[in-house]
Each structure stands twice: as structure tokens, then as C-alpha cells.
Design a protein around this ligand. Structure first.
Ligand SMILES: [Zn+2]
Ligand SMILES: [Zn+2]
Length: 322
């Protein structure tokens, strides 16, 4: 049966030479992310947290380099995902084998420099380290499901960071052509997770295109800018930045438009998700810039728009209703 082109794909035909999906290169990605977090920490109201997050990401980078080549996905799994427009991997099934080793390796690295670990987190590292594989599996599944209570709050970013290393590693070894056109287009076509933010890229064939950045496996997939990254509506998309929200204007009375990070709001679903613009700053990195612009979230908290999805390195308490 012939596929019917979706609106985004029709527009995409205009310039077919840019990648639809950008699979991660984990070691480089984590290196650039850690550097960006350190850069954004200077003068930031949450500087200490950003510097600790940078150390988590450095530990991710070191762990990513140690992992051996994963087993190839079974062809039947690839075929089924493509035939059904489903993501290649499911985060509802078993977690990547031995992911707990990654978590412990990262904790080892963080513990080796306890002087630079926020005091409250030292017992959290110890508590995570002492759990057996099965307990960690239960915790990992609970956190991936977004079921984060007060008990899990401090552990969640570390668990997510370890899972991110594992899923990014699997994603890095895929072939771009095997990645499905998943439905809805607002979830990652590799692992089905929500994007942490989007990024307007510069450089190479992706230049000038907007990509959604997966909060888990770090895959990026293209979505035209006219669409809401949460509900795909093309109506009522607007942008809010710190300077706009604070009413700052330039000498001529215009709103200042040099903001690297903006909150993209949608009048249809009443959510927002941030977009990091590399044309304004070539070092902009979606997860790091999202985390470092927490003040923008605080201002958006006073608006009618709810945040569409979370940053994996910043846990928010929200246990699921049972
Ligand atoms: Zn993903
Ligand atoms: Zn929307």
C-alpha cells in the first residue's frame, strides 16, 4: 500500500538532503554537553547544580567509552516497528542488560571526588550503590515511567543518566535507514521517549533545521518549526524568552531577539517546550541549555502553559495516581 505523506514530510520534500534522524555519537555528545553545562554555570542562579550535572555527564562520557558493541537488533523487531510506525525499542520491557554496571561505574567516579559532591547527595550515592540488580531494575522502571515520589527524587537524575548512556549506546549502533517513521511524531522513533527540548542546528546538512532531542537515547529527529512539538498543531505557536517575559526591549523599543533559548508555546495543547538556537550560539546544546534556563521555567510557571516534558537531570516530584 502506498504511504500517504504527512504534512511535515511534504514540506520536507523541498530539501530532501538533510538527515531525518540524527543518531547520537555518545562520547562526543556527553563531552560537549558537560562543557556546555560548565560554561552556562558561570553567573547562573543554579551554578552549583549545573557543575554537579556536568560531573554526572562527564561520568557518562567515560562510561560510554567503555561499553562494548551491543548486539544488533533482530531484523523482525526492526521490520515490525517499521510496519506499525512504532519506535524500535520499548522502555516498558526489560531494561538494557547490565545497565546497573554503568550506574555503579558512574557513582564510583562521582564518589572519587566527594569534596565536589553536594553534601546532601553523598548518602544518595551510597544508597544507590548498595542496591542489588533487581532492586535497581524496579527503581529504573519506576523512574522511566515518570512515577517519581519524594524517595526517588534525588536518585532519579543518576538513574536516568545511567539509562541514558545505555540507550544512547544502542541508538548509536543503529542504521539511520532502519529507524521508523513513528507515530506520533512527537515521541522518539528509536525509544519512544519524549523530547527534552528541540534544537535549531547549524553546520553540515542539518543546518537550518529543527530537531527534537530525545530525553533518553539522545537521538534527534526532524520536525518542521511550524508544528507544535507536543501535539503537532500548526496553529497558535508562539515564543517566549526571558527578555520578552521580563519586558526588556532594546533602545528602539523592540523586543530583544538575540535569545538562545526560547519557550515555544502552543495555544492548542497549552504546553511549552524549549528550543535552543545554535544560530544565536553555536555551542547551544538542547539538554544543557534547557537545564540552565530553569529561570525561564519559573517565569513560564506563572503563565497558562505547562511544561510538556521533563529534563532527565532534574527530577520533579510527581507520583502517578494509583
Ligand atoms: Zn530515544
Ligand atoms: Zn500543542
Amino acid at each position: 500500500m502506498q504511504r500517504i505523506l504527512q504534512p511535515g514530510e511534504i514540506e520536507a520534500l523541498d530539501s530532501i538532503h538533510f538527515p531525518r534522524v540524527r543518531l547520537p555519537q555518545p562520547s562526543l555528545l556527553f563531552q560537549e554537553r558537560a562543557a556546555r553545562l560548565m560554561q552556562l554555570a558561570d553567573g547562573n542562579p543554579i551554578a552549583d547544580y549545573l557543575r554537579f550535572a556536568a560531573r554526572i555527564v562527564q561520568a557518562q562520557q567515560h562510561r560510554a567509552r567503555e561499553l562494548s558493541t551491543p548486539e544488533a537488533l533482530p531484523q523482525t523487531q526492526i521490520d515490525q516497528a517499521n510496519a506499525n510506525g512504532m519506535p524500535l525499542l520499548s522502555t516498558h520491557g526489560p531494561l538494557p542488560q547490565h545497565w546497573q554496571h554503568s550506574l555503579r561505574a558512574m557513582i564510583d567516579e562521582l564518589r572519587s571526588d566527594n569534596a565536589n559532591t553536594p553534601a546532601g547527595l553523598t548518602p544518595v550515592l551510597e544508597r544507590l550503590y548498595s542496591q542489588d540488580d533487581e532492586a535497581l531494575n524496579r527503581l529504573g522502571r519506576q523512574i522511566l515511567a515518570g512515577n517519581i515520589g519524594r524517595d526517588e527524587l534525588a536518585m532519579a537524575p543518576l538513574v536516568m543518566a545511567a539509562l541514558q548512556v545505555e540507550y544512547a549506546h544502542i541508538a548509536a549502533h543503529l542504521l539511520e535507514k532502519t529507524v521508523p517513521y513513528a507515530e506520533p511524531a512527537t515521541v522518539c522513533p528509536v525509544c519512544g521517549s519524549t523530547p527534552v527540548a528541540s534544537v535549531l542546528r547549524i553546520g553540515g546538512q542539518a543546518a537550518g533545521h529543527r530537531y527534537l532531542h530525545c530525553s533518553l537515547c539522545c537521538t534527534e529527529w526532524h520536525m518542521v518549526r511550524v508544528k507544535c512539538s507536543h501535539c503537532e498543531s500548526t496553529k497558535g505557536i508562539n515564543y517566549q524568552g526571558m527578555q520578552t517575559l521580563e519586558g526588556k526591549t532594546d533602545a528602539a523599543g523592540r523586543e530583544v531577539q538575540d535569545q538562545v533559548v526560547l519557550a515555544e508555546t502552543c495555544d492548542q495543547c497549552h504546553t511549552y517546550r524549549k528550543i535552543a538556537n545554535q544560530e544565536k550560539d553555536p555551542y547551544a546544546e538542547p539538554l544543557a541549555d534547557d537545564l540552565a534556563s530553569l529561570m525561564l521555567d519559573l517565569l513560564m510557571g506563572e503563565s497558562d502553559f505547562a511544561r510538556a516534558s521533563d529534563n532527565p537531570l532534574l527530577a520533579i516530584e510527581k507520583p502517578l495516581a494509583v
